[in-house]
Design a binder for this molecule. Structure first.
Ligand code: PLP
Length: 385
């Protein structure tokens, strides 16, 4: 997740330009002062072009992007929204924040939504399915889309971690009805905080756009102060400074993806010789390449490997180091609100627990030289010996 690794002169100059052009940090209005330069607008155009979506909408962060999308998809209090057990907690927070009930599926060896379990979890109350392309690896979208079609359900792709990843030639985030990306500090490209919604459906874009801006319709014939509105909204707007940084980062995205995919391949090819580990299943080779995940034989072994790696200065990502923020089985503070979730949550998703508790996630960076990659390979080999 290395956008932050490449923050430099280009981003600094882009921010300085905003100040040099009149210092309007707000995305709308002040046309003359800002010399008609609208950077958030431009970022939306360029992201839409890059992922081949009809519309992109920039908002303040990925969590807000999820919530505005759920509103656009018509999710109401009491509806059920299905997502997967392995995700960042934000996916479930967004479902909870619109008053819907989060329903959690097992993951399979791809560590993404298990389509077999998805079908079992659909009820009359189900409204939306949120598959997550966790750690840049696409979910099994063909299976998920055909289940959604069969049950007449909408699909919102949580592609927060997978900007630039592809599935069967399509960009992750653009396969379902709506998709979202995050540009927080840990993501493929970063604006510090930042989120993007993409969709090919103009009506869904319109509602998300209005919702994220207090209901403003941005009527071109009226000044903002007399703008029209028909739906209640909230304020999830992106700032112009994020637009400036995002445009500079977007220029680096293809390089970022290329380098992390190369670095991941180098490490994976060497680790393939270790017979006692099993790699995460990849539904498609188009993953973003910023994480390499493998399973060991037991939870005890996973903890021991992570400890040995840490002693050598090599951290693991969400597995196991930050599992508490990424596994629904640990979120009793959220699920206590819902009567259907009782007892030891890890027991509710046994398949997920069995996979996640045995998994090691290695971070892959853009700026890794051969020595750093070899250090990781040697450390993992030694830890597993
Ligand atoms: C899978 C997933 N969904 C949603 C989010 C929320 O994005 P943000 O941090 O931009 O609010 C994240 C952020 O880490 C994420 O990883």
């Amino acid at each position: 997740m290395p956008g932050w690794e490449l923050i430099g002169e280009e981003e600094r100059n882009a921010v300085n330009d905003v100040f040099d052009r009149g210092g309007i940090l707000y995305r709308y209005g002040f046309d003359k002062v800002r010399k008609n330069t609208f950077l958030v607008d431009e970022l939306e155009k360029q992201i839409a072009l890059r992922v081949k979506a009809k519309h992109a909408l920039c908002v303040c962060n990925g969590t807000a992007a999820l919530k505005a999308s759920l509103i656009a998809l018509g999710v109401k209090p009491g509806d059920e929204v299905i997502t997967q057990s392995f995700t960042f907690i934000a996916t479930v927070e967004a479902i909870q924040d619109v008053g819907a009930i989060p329903i959690i599926t097992e993951i399979d060896k791809s560590l993404n939504m298990d389509p077999k379990d998805l079908e079992k979890k659909i009820t009359k109350k189900t409204k939306v399915i949120i598959p997550v392309h966790m750690a840049g690896v696409p979910a099994k979208m063909n299976e998920i889309m055909s289940i959604a079609k069969k049950h007449n359900l909408k699909v919102l792709e949580d592609s927060a971690q997978a900007l630039g990843a592809t599935y069967k030639g399509k960009e992750c985030g653009t396969i379902g009805d709506m998709g979202i990306y995050s540009m927080d500090i840990g993501k493929v490209i970063t604006t510090g905080e930042g989120g993007v919604i993409v969709t090919n459906n103009s009506q869904l874009w319109k509602i998300a756009h209005e919702y994220s801006d207090h209901g403003h319709e941005c009527n071109p014939n009226l000044p903002r102060g007399r703008d029209t509105r028909t739906i209640p909204g909230f304020n999830y707007k992106m700032m112009e400074l994020q637009g400036a940084v995002g445009l500079a980062q977007l220029k680096k995205m293809d390089y970022i993806l290329k380098k992390q995919r190369e670095n991941k391949k180098y490490i994976k090819d060497k680790l393939k010789t270790i017979k006692t580990i099993e790699f995460r299943e990849l539904p498609d080779e188009g993953d973003a390449g910023d994480t390499l995940i493998f399973f060991v034989e037991s939870q005890g072994k996973a903890l021991q490997v992570a400890k040995t790696l840490a002693e050598k200065g090599i951290g693991t990502k969400n597995l196991p180091d930050a599992i508490d923020w990424h596994y629904a089985g640990t979120w009793s503070h959220i699920f206590k609100e819902y009567p259907q979730y009782k007892g030891n949550l890890e027991e509710l998703w046994k398949q997920s627990t069995h996979l996640l508790r045995r998994a090691i996630a290695l971070p892959i960076l853009v700026k890794m030289d051969d020595q750093q990659k070899n250090n990781i390979i040697n450390a993992v080999t030694e830890a597993l010996a």
